[in-house]
Design a protein around this ligand. Structure first.
Ligand SMILES: *Cc1c(COP(=O)(O)O)cnc(C)c1O
Length: 378
């Protein structure tokens, strides 16, 4: 089965894991610190905090910004559920905002303006599929209203602009992301005080970690805030250091494949459209396409699966999930809903070759020309 996304792991990762096991130090040691500095450096930041997941990263950012009960946070619905969940973790209210258009499926500025109230404290921008939101536009929006910008950058690691929009950015190293540590995440925040707070909250609110206490020979520590256990371990950081060395090259292969897919789809599936028709900086995390309105998506999915090609949907809107529907009934986001109904994610990862991409598009064309459309014939 050709998967939508597949991690690339090999001998260097195995060697890095062996070294950690041989060292006898399993968590929050030199590997984690080296990974933090290398990841920050790639994004032009001085430092970052490695954590257990992007979800933890988002939670820590909201927590450190002091966002809580009574506050509202603007979030897209066209995202993974974790974006909105993190807002609920701190007791604040997620306010879902529609996308700009099916061609630009990023949070709409006009819709965000319309949903702002005196309680709005922050906006979480998701760089959907890796395509960056418009920084200047959102900075102006946030400045006028005194809002924090938080980037959910799970789709966009490796881009210099990421982490420079506002207060902080959250990254994911889950197995299907552009680089992986199996489970893992990171926070970039340019304000050192905010980053310190996040670092402390990551480890139970303790004023120093075990490794630090060993090195400074002071067994004392204090707890000065309610913290969490959102630590990253040495095995994950060691894998992350290896993966990081490949990230730019992998992102470049993703970009080349995305260009190829655009050309092939225009040629062989003219009824299929691809979002982001205008050039825009991207880490090309996934390859979303929009099926024509007449297509029966489930049949296209089934037919591709029968040919050994996995496809997925990004995303079933968060406001349609039972938990959110029951909690916030009556949310209507027409453009998000239209996009989500027609979207199909085709395989995109650095191990895909041109002939494989051609086969995917040929299979898509045949599925659309075959039975997977609502016929008018009786
Ligand atoms: C994957 C993802 C997350 C969650 O990442 P984890 O590391 O699994 O917690 C959050 N937001 C978006 C947009 C994602 O794609």
């Amino acid at each position: 089965m050709l998967l939508v996304s597949a991690p690339i792991l090999g001998v260097p990762e195995k060697a890095a894991l062996s070294k950690v096991i041989d060292s006898g130090w399993l968590t929050m040691g030199e590997q984690v610190r080296a990974f933090e500095l290398a990841f920050a450096d790639m994004h032009g930041a001085r430092d970052c905090v490695a954590v257990g997941s992007c979800t933890a990263a988002l939670h820590l950012i909201l927590h450190a910004l002091g966002i809580g009960p009574g506050d509202e946070v603007l979030v897209p619905s066209l995202t993974f559920v974790a974006t909105a969940n993190a807002v609920l973790y701190v007791g604040a209210t997620p306010v879902f905002v529609d996308i700009e258009s099916v061609d630009v499926p990023l949070m709409s500025l006009a819709e965000a303006e319309a949903r702002c109230t005196s309680r709005t404290k922050a906006v979480i921008l998701v760089h959907f599929a890796g395509y960056l939101a418009n920084r200047e536009q959102w900075q102006r929006f946030a400045r006028v209203r005194g809002l924090h910008i938080i980037e959910d950058a799970a789709h966009a690691p490796g881009l210099r602009e990421v982490g420079t929009f506002g207060a902080a950015a959250a990254f994911s190293f889950y197995g299907n992301k552009n680089m992986t540590t199996a489970e893992g995440g990171a926070v970039i925040a340019r304000d050192p005080d905010l980053l310190d707070k996040i670092r402390q909250a990551r480890g139970h609110g303790m004023t120093s970690g075990t490794h630090q206490r060993l090195n400074s020979r002071t067994p004392q520590y204090d707890v000065t805030m309610l913290g969490f256990n959102y630590r990253m371990d040495e095995m994950r950081a060691a894998i992350g250091l290896v993966q990081l060395q490949n990230l730019q090259e992998w992102n470049e292969i993703r970009r080349i494949l995305a260009v190829l897919y655009r050309r092939l789809i225009a040629e062989h599936c003219p009824a299929v459209t691809i979002p982001f028709s205008e050039p825009r900086t991207s880490a090309h995390h996934i390859m979303p396409v929009l099926l024509p309105r007449y297509a029966r998506r489930q049949e296209v999915i089934d037919e591709l699966r029968a040919q050994g090609i996995q496809t997925t949907i990004h995303y079933p809107p968060v406001h349609h999930m039972t938990f959110y529907r029951e909690r916030y009934p009556g949310v209507a986001l027409p453009r998000t809903e239209d996009f989500a109904q027609r979207e199909l994610t085709i395989p995109l990862h650095p191990q895909i070759t041109s002939p494989v991409a051609e086969a995917v598009v040929a299979a898509l064309a045949s599925a659309l020309n075959g039975g997977a459309q609502t016929g008018t014939a009786a």
